[in-house]
Design a protein around this ligand. Structure first.
Ligand SMILES: [Zn+2]
Length: 281
């Protein structure tokens, strides 16, 4: 009897099998809930009728080291009518906020390939891009043509750019990018630079189509050009430049066009984002 009483008391204070089973069920439910939340976050938008972001695509250098059919043989695994929106050459205070406002109005997430020098001059804008949920990739320090400089200078252009953006983002002067995504200025890659990026696990983004927004044209002309090209391609990674005023002006109409014509926006993120610490390698 004494032993039984001790055991009863013991059992009242120890988790029983039922309790452990309920805990396990709760944990599984919690994990499922987290997965659902991550998926739903892409689609959640407080504005009815907005385009929204349809899904999140994790990208890693092991399976897709180089993407974009304009430059490489392969691209991202997008379905018909899926697009990835990318913006190069920012941040630029005169126009990047207009681009961010247009994206926010439609609950759309994009990827910005930032240049290190302006990032170091406008760190608050870099942090705002990240805070609004967009992906931040890298686009060298000064946007020099990497085909016309030595391999040491190329490495410095790449590393200095990454360091400037990471410093703006996290206050950490690291040359290891939080999001290992890179785009060559003018798409001018070199075999040595491609090898370097691949050895570091950094995905090189080309593009599948673009708005040619480096050429002078009206916003209406740019809209016609990019929608015609998109309808011909049916899907793809689209390149814009957020410092271009014509693009910032055109973007709200382009996003409405995507919504009205049943295109879906895919947000690319790093499959393995690197956590930054307060150390400088
Ligand atoms: Zn560029």
């Amino acid at each position: 009897m004494g032993n039984t009483k001790r055991n009863d008391k013991y059992h009242r204070h120890m988790p029983g099998r039922n309790f452990m089973k309920r805990l396990a069920i709760a944990l599984v439910a919690c994990l499922a809930c987290l997965a659902w939340t991550a998926a739903a976050r892409a689609a959640a938008c407080p504005r009815a009728g907005a385009l929204g972001t349809s899904r999140v695509l994790a990208v890693d250098a092991a399976s897709t080291p180089q993407v974009g059919l304009k430059q490489f043989p392969q691209t991202l695994p997008l379905d018909d009518h899926e697009v990835v929106l990318t913006f190069d050459d920012g941040p630029w205070p005169a126009t990047t906020p207009k681009v961010l406002a247009a994206l926010a109005a439609q609950c759309v997430r994009a990827t910005f390939f930032l240049i290190g020098k302006p990032a170091s001059e406008h760190p608050e804008l870099v942090r705002r891009i990240a805070a609004e949920g967009h992906t931040i990739g890298h686009h060298t320090w000064s946007h020099r043509s990497l085909m016309r400089i030595s391999s040491d200078q190329t490495t410095e252009e790449i590393d200095h750019g990454i360091e400037a953006v990471e410093t703006a983002l996290h206050g950490v002067a690291t040359r290891v990018p939080t999001t290992p995504f890179f785009r060559f200025p003018g798409f001018e890659s070199t075999p040595a630079a491609l090898d370097l990026l691949q050895s570091r696990g950094i995905v090189v983004f080309g593009a599948d189509l673009w708005a040619s927004d480096w050429n002078p044209m009206t916003p209406a002309h740019e809209l016609k050009l990019i929608t015609d090209r998109l309808n011909a391609a049916g899907r793809g990674i689209i390149l814009f430049h957020d410092p271009k005023a014509r693009t910032a002006t055109m973007l709200p109409a382009f996003l409405r066009y995507l919504r009205d014509n049943h295109y879906r926006v895919v947000h690319v993120v790093s499959a393995e984002p690197k956590a930054q610490s307060k150390s400088v390698p």
